[in-house]
Design a protein around this ligand. Structure first.
Ligand SMILES: C[S@@+](CC[C@H](N)C(=O)[O-])C[C@H]1O[C@@H](n2cnc3c(N)ncnc32)[C@H](O)[C@@H]1O
Length: 391
């Protein structure tokens, strides 16, 4: 089958796919998956800046792989792709330059029992309520902060001794997710959503504006409640052993040549997300120095294209012939820059064939310009996926 033929075959609800050609690139628009129709597995339910919905990797894993195949995300973030791969009995492989990513992904690929989490929390008794971090009382009640510090100290000590086990890793993952947020389900007073930590100064202003002081929270109860929610659909079924790497996406020596069947990924979009700034409090809890995490941010689109090309050179090495890459990009600069075209530019001359660009249109209308491709004027927020086959 021709590659466009394959894309024509791709439908979610049987609706016809709208095809159009823009600057020599074939675009395919359809409602390929919908967010409203069905929730993903509960284990996905942690927040991360610029994450995609589980329906996106599920769509490609279903159509382009078989159980036992290897599914990889070089920019894994919260791990939507590797987790969905594990849930579908594929081999989950992930990488991210941010060490927080592995802390968020790995525990959800292992299984833990709620009883074990309760017991472990009861065992963490040391109080560490004083220290240099008092500035954090802008987010937390002093008693709450004491408990957070005790759990943090326990985890850092266990990590230093090489003693972290799946229960510790689970507690760390849940705590990282509950640190700050905008409801009583988080450890903090009302603040930004959990994937975006406010600075101390910004939080002071939020507190002044709302006339609030951090209320005392029951940390252990919050951890258990979130654990119950995450585990409500069970742990992943049996799957081939996972591999998770922490490093730059263009240098992954742990991955063997031709070992990957499918890549589903989404890189940083130019410089629009400040991962370091957003994650400073999570890094504090996890004992990571954000200055050592070299997140790629490129203001200049030519630099971004060169970065994407370096990643594709590495993907050409690790992918098997006939394997697929689904590379998702979002809208930037109000639609003035069409990143998918720069992805296609980045691939030129490498051993990949571009099948086209898929646009998932939520409420599908048959208007060719509705997603802002033809007219370069600000479009909608439809994300685009470049689908390419390794030759
Ligand atoms: C758009 S997010 C991916 C989100 C992911 N799809 C999810 O569902 O959670 C991009 C990720 O790329 C990571 N990143 C940035 N530069 C990187 C690099 N050079 N190598 C590997 N990862 C990098 C960031 O830490 C961030 O987690």
């Amino acid at each position: 089958m021709t590659l466009p033929g394959l894309l024509r075959q791709f439908t979610f609800n049987g609706a016809a796919t709208l095809e159009t050609d823009e600057a020599g690139i074939a675009y395919f628009v359809n409602e390929y998956w919908t967010s409203g129709q069905r929730q993903g597995h509960n284990l996905h339910e942690i927040s991360y800046r610029a994450c995609f919905k589980p329906q996106l990797p599920e769509f490609f894993i279903t159509r382009l792989t078989r159980p036992g195949d290897t599914v990889y995300d070089p920019f894994a973030g919260r791990g939507t792709t590797p987790l969905q791969a594990a849930l579908m009995g594929r081999r989950p492989v992930g990488n991210d330059i941010n060490p927080l990513s592995e802390m968020l992904v790995r525990p959800r690929l292992e299984s833990v029992s709620l009883d074990a989490v309760v017991k472990r929390l009861h065992g963490i008794v040391a109080a560490d309520a004083t220290g240099a971090d008092d500035a954090l009382t802008v987010f937390f009640h002093p008693a709450t902060l004491g408990r957070i510090r005790a759990i943090r100290a326990w985890l850092l000590q266990r990590a230093a001794n090489g003693e972290l086990d799946p229960i510790d890793r689970w507690i760390r993952m849940v705590a990282l997710n509950r640190l700050t947020g905008h409801s009583p389900g988080f450890f903090s007073v009302y603040t930004l959503p959990p994937n975006q930590a406010a600075s101390l100064t910004a939080q002071r202003k939020i507190n002044e504006k709302l006339g609030q002081t951090p209320p005392e929270r029951n940390i252990d109860e919050i951890i258990l409640k979130k654990s119950r929610g995450l585990l409500a659909d069970g742990s992943p079924r049996e799957h081939p052993a996972a591999l998770f790497m922490t490093g730059p996406a263009d240098r992954t020596p742990e991955l063997r040549d031709r070992s990957v069947d499918l890549v589903v990924t989404s890189p940083p979009f130019l410089d629009i997300v400040d991962y370091g700034g957003d994650n400073w409090l999570r890094c504090w809890f996890a004992g990571i120095d954000p200055a050592t995490v070299k997140i790629d941010r490129h203001r200049d689109v030519a630099d971004w294209e060169a970065f994407v090309r370096r990643v594709f050179v590495e993907l050409a090495r690790v992918m098997r012939p006939d394997g697929w890459v689904a590379f998702e990009v979002g809208e930037v600069r109000g639609g003035k820059i069409l990143l998918e075209r720069h992805v296609i530019g980045a691939i030129a001359g490498l051993p990949f064939e571009v099948a086209g660009v898929m646009v998932n249109q939520q409420s599908f209308t048959k208007t060719a310009n509705c997603w802002g491709v033809s007219n370069n004027r600000g479009g909608t927020n439809s994300n685009r996926i470049v689908l390419a086959r390794r030759l």
